[in-house]
Design a protein around this ligand. Structure first.
Ligand code: ATP
Ligand code: MG
Length: 568
C-alpha cells in the first residue's frame, strides 16, 4: 500500500468530547469517525487492525474446537419473551417493529437465538460438545456511550456458546476458552489479567473477566502483589479480621450528643476507628429495608451485599423506612432493631471486642459492644469492599487496587437458558436433559482501543506488532527525488516479497510531516530513505517503541529488519 492512496485523514484538533487517549488518537490518526453517539465508521487503518485481531481470535477459536457461524443481528421478540429477558434487558435493547407490527430487536447478545437453533437440531449426547462462535456487530443502547470504541452502542464482539451434556463437560469447554483467551490477548501484545468476577444470581466461581490493565479503565480490580490472584473488586473475597485478646466489658449506653458521623463519635468517645461499627441502610427492588453493619473504617461492597441478601438492586434507604424498623439516622445499631427486617453484619465486625455502635436513640451509643455476645441471631457475611493492602485470599500477601478494561468474559451459564427455553437432548440412558451451556465474549473493537490505552506516548500510538495496521513504514524523505524514490520502491518490493506488512509513504509532503504521521499512526518500525541511503548505502531503521535507530547496510538490511521485527 502507498500512503498517497491511503485514506487516513489525520486531524490537528480533536473534538473536546474525546477524553481518553485511545479515543483522541483514533480520531487524530484517522482510524475512526463518528456517525452518531457510540456509533463509528472504521477507516482503513482501523479496519486492518480489527481484521488482525479477528484473525488471531479465529485461529484460537478454531484451534480450541470452535466452529464459526453467523447468526442474525435482527432477532424476533418471541424468543426473548420466552427466556424472560425482553423486559430484563429493558432500555438497553434497540427494539423495532416490522410492517406487520411484529416486534424485533437488534441483537445485544445471542443466547436466545443459539439456544433456539440447538433445541431444534441437536437431539443426542453423541452430538456434544458443540462450540459455535461468530464475530459481528452487537447493539446495546448504553446509558452513557463514551470513550470512543470503549463503550459503543454498536460494537464488534466475538461470542462463542458451548453446549455440553453435563457440568464436567462444561468445565472442559470453559477451560478451553479460558486458555484460548489467554493466548489471544497474549498474541495481541496486551498486558492483562484474568480476574474472578461476580456472577450475580448464578453464583459460584463461574466467571472470569479478562481485564487489560490501564489507568483509564472502568473496572477496578484487586491484584495480588505476590501470587497470580486477581479479582474484580466487586468479587474480591476477604477473610474475617481477627481481633486481639481482650476481656469483654459490660455493655453500656452512653450519651453522645450531636455525634452524627463515625468520626464525631470516635472523637467524642476517645476510641480508635477500628473500635467503631457503622450502619449503612439500603432498600432493595422489593422495598425490603436492609441494615448493614461494618467496621467504621471499612466500606460496604454493594454487590456482595446484594448477593448476601438475594437482592437485584439496592439504593439508599429513606429516613421513614429506617425509623419504621427502630433505626435512628446517625445513631442506628444492631441492638434493638425490629427483627422483621434484614440485618447483615460483616464477618469482621463479629470478631470485634468492646466496640461502639448506635443505640437506636437520638444522641445515644453503646460502648463495650461484643457482637458475638450482644447481637443475637444475625446474618453474618463478607460484605466488605477490598482496599489497598488487604491480604490476598490465596496467599495472604497485600493486594493492590488497580484499574482495567474488560476486554473479554468467560461465563458458565449452566442450564439458565436451556431451562427457560426448554432445550434438551437425550443422554446415554435415553433420559431427557437440558444442555449445560457456557458463553464467552470478546470485545473486538474494545480490544483495539485497550491496546492504544496501553501503548501510546505524546507523539501517538505505539502498536504491538501483531495488531499494527502495517508492521513497517518506508518514508522517502524527498518523494520528488527520483533516486530516493527508486530506492524506496526497491526496498518496498523486497520487504513485501519477504512477507513484511509494509506501507510506502510516497506522499509529496515534507519529511517532518511524514515522520510525525508515522509516529502518530504508530507503525512499529520506520525505514528512512534519504540522501544517506542513496549516497552511502545506509538504511536507517527506527523502532517506534524505544526510539532506537539502527543503520543497516543496503545489502543486508532485509534480514536485519526481519530480525528486529521478530523481536518486537
Ligand atoms: P460491560 O460490563 O463493560 O458493560 P458486559 O459485561 O455487559 O460489559 P458482555 O456482555 O460480557 O459485556 O460482552 C462481552 C464483551 O463485549 C465484554 O467483555 C466487552 O469487552 C465487550 N463489550 C460489552 N459492551 C460493550 C460496549 N458497549 N462497547 C464495546 N465493547 C463492549
Ligand atoms: Mg461482562
Amino acid at each position: 500500500m502507498r500512503a498517497s492512496n491511503l485514506y487516513a485523514p489525520t486531524l490537528r484538533e480533536v473534538p473536546a468530547e474525546a477524553e481518553i487517549p485511545s479515543h483522541k488518537l483514533m480520531l487524530r490518526a484517522g482510524f475512526i469517525r463518528k456517525a452518531a453517539g457510540g456509533i463509528y465508521t472504521y477507516l482503513p487503518l482501523a479496519w486492518r487492525t480489527l481484521r488482525k485481531i479477528e484473525r488471531i481470535i479465529r485461529e484460537e477459536m478454531d484451534a480450541a474446537g470452535g466452529q464459526e457461524i453467523a447468526m442474525p443481528i435482527m432477532q424476533p421478540a418471541e424468543l426473548w419473551k420466552e427466556s424472560g429477558r425482553w423486559d430484563v434487558f429493558g432500555e438497553e435493547m434497540f427494539k423495532l417493529n416490522d410492517r406487520h407490527d411484529r416486534e424485533f430487536c437488534l441483537g445485544p447478545t445471542h443466547e436466545e437465538i443459539i439456544t433456539d437453533l440447538i433445541r431444534n437440531e441437536v437431539r443426542s449426547y453423541k452430538q456434544l460438545p458443540l462450540l459455535l462462535y461468530q464475530i459481528q456487530n452487537k447493539y446495546r443502547d448504553e446509558i452513557r456511550p463514551r470513550f470512543g470504541l470503549m463503550r459503543g452502542r454498536e460494537f464488534i464482539m466475538k461470542d462463542l456458546y458451548s453446549f455440553d451434556k453435563d457440568e464436567a463437560g462444561l468445565d472442559v469447554s470453559y477451560k478451553k476458552m479460558y486458555d484460548a483467551y489467554t493466548k489471544i490477548f497474549s498474541r495481541c501484545g496486551l498486558v492483562f489479567r484474568p480476574v474472578e468476577a461476580d456472577s450475580g444470581a448464578i453464583g459460584g466461581s463461574n466467571t472470569h473477566e479478562f481485564t487489560a490493565l490501564a489507568k483509564t479503565g472502568e473496572s477496578q480490580i484487586a491484584v495480588c502483589t505476590k501470587c497470580d490472584y486477581a479479582a474484580n473488586v466487586e468479587k474480591a473475597e476477604l477473610s474475617a479480621i481477627k481481633s486481639g485478646d481482650e476481656t469483654e466489658q459490660k455493655l453500656k449506653k452512653v450519651a453522645t450528643p450531636g455525634t452524627k458521623t463515625i468520626e464525631a463519635v470516635i472523637e467524642y468517645l476517645h476510641l480508635s476507628i477500628e473500635k467503631s461499627i457503622k450502619a449503612v441502610m439500603f432498600q432493595d427492588e422489593k422495598d425490603r429495608v436492609i441494615f448493614a453493619f461494618i467496621r467504621g473504617d471499612h466500606d460496604v461492597n454493594d454487590v456482595k451485599l446484594q448477593n448476601a441478601v438475594g437482592a437485584v438492586e439496592l439504593h439508599m434507604a429513606e429516613k421513614a423506612s429506617i425509623t419504621a424498623f427502630g433505626g435512628v439516622p446517625g445513631f442506628t445499631g444492631p441492638i434493638g432493631l425490629k427483627k422483621d427486617t434484614v440485618i447483615v453484619i460483616d464477618q469482621s465486625v463479629m470478631n470485634m471486642k468492646n466496640a461502639c455502635c448506635g443505640a437506636n436513640e437520638e444522641g445515644q451509643h453503646y460502648i463495650n459492644v461484643n457482637p458475638q455476645r450482644d447481637f443475637g441471631d444475625v446474618l453474618v457475611k463478607d460484605i466488605r469492599q477490598i482496599k489497598d493492602g488487604d491480604p490476598c485470599p490465596h496467599c495472604g500477601a497485600p493486594v493492590q487496587l488497580t484499574r482495567g478494561i474488560e476486554i473479554g468474559q468467560v461465563f458458565k451459564l449452566g442450564i439458565k437458558y436451556s431451562g427457560s427455553l426448554r432445550a434438551t437432548f437425550l443422554d446415554e440412558n435415553g433420559r431427557e436433559k437440558p444442555f449445560v451451556m457456557g458463553c464467552y465474549g470478546i470485545g473486538v473493537s474494545r480490544t483495539m482501543a485497550a491496546a492504544i490505552e496501553q501503548y501510546h506516548d505524546a507523539d501517538g500510538i505505539i502498536w504491538p506488532k501483531a495488531i499494527a495496521p502495517y508492521e513497517a513504514v518506508i518514508v522517502a524523505i524527498n518523494a520528488k527525488d527520483s533516486a530516493q524514490m527508486k530506492l524506496a520502491e526497491e526496498i518496498y518490493t523486497a520487504m513485501k516479497k519477504s512477507g513484511i506488512d509494509v506501507l510506502l509513504d510516497d506522499r509529496k509532503e515534507r519529511a517532518g510531516v511524514k515522520f510525525k504521521d508515522a509516529d502518530l499512526i504508530g507503525y512499529p518500525v520506520r525505514i528512512t530513505i534519504g540522501p544517506k541511503a542513496v549516497k552511502e548505502n545506509i538504511i536507517e531503521v527506527k523502532v517506534r517503541k524505544t526510539g532506537e535507530v539502527f543503520n543497516f547496510d543496503r545489502n543486508s538490511y532485509l534480514p536485519a529488519v526481519q530480525k528486529l521485527l521478530s523481536q518486537l
